[in-house]
Design a protein around this ligand. Sequence first.
Ligand code: NDP
Ligand code: 8X3
Length: 250
Amino acid sequence: MIVLVTGATSGIGKATAEAFAKLKYSLIITGRRNDRLLRLKDMLESKYDIDVMALCFDVRNKDEVEAALGSLDSKWQEIDILINNAGLAVGKEPLQEGSFDDWERMIDTNIKGLLYVTRNVLPLMCKRKRGHIVNICSIAGKEVYAGGGVYCASKSAVNALSQSIRIDAVPFGIKVTNICPGAVETEFSIVRFKGDEDKAASTYKGFEPLTAEDVASTIVYCTTLPPNVNINDLVLMPTAQATATIFHKE
Ligand code: NDP
Ligand code: 8X3
């Protein structure tokens, strides 16, 4: 089995890569930070005795995505599972104060990046009449909240794309799963608050958030079900989180 995980240099993507490594799957790991990618490749290969291909590219750059995925030889083209995980939120201002640059980073990464990667991988799955695409959406794709406008819109788009890819791919026996986590403590909030670690840490104060490993084990669950079973859509939350905005904090 071959799994491609985008955004494997941190958080959910990294934990997911390791969860599949434990199952002895071969891995294609991607991200922009090549030093982290190469360290992860070395660790996974030596600890789990598996094959790992590291591809360094920016999912926002269509040419880079095509060049990286087009460089795969026939063995590595046999991707069984694609985890579209690379993504981010930037800023949390009300829309009237929002930054065009932040908006473009979110739209280009979360929507267009997911599309560029999927456009390169899905034809390979269609040809083999097998495959599973897991899109990491968010509770932000199901609900909106103050200051979340463009991030929530980008994740609503992921929600819609999961449904439409499922329709287009169903004649080829391909599964599509949309995974919507609530609060997961990763580098997500550090990125959202542009390096302000105190503000990022305050997001997770007073309750126990999900861990990246919690999401990874859910992804493994969804992708190891029998061939006739697919989880279309899955929302997982910390027990202390009821909706996108209602938390029980001590
Ligand atoms: P992290 O910031 O820890 O990880 C994000 C990953 O995405 C990194 O590996 C980063 O790699 C990669 N990435 C970001 N931009 C690009 C890009 N332009 N090209 C390639 N890779 C990129 O956050 P999470 O693990 O939390 O986030 C993973 C996914 O989960 C995201 O889609 C996020 O929206 C979603 N999510 C997160 C939740 C949370 O509370 N944390 C909840 C719900 C969903 P690099 O910087 O090396 O390129
Ligand atoms: C990340 C979770 O609630 O910050 O997608 O949007 S949230």
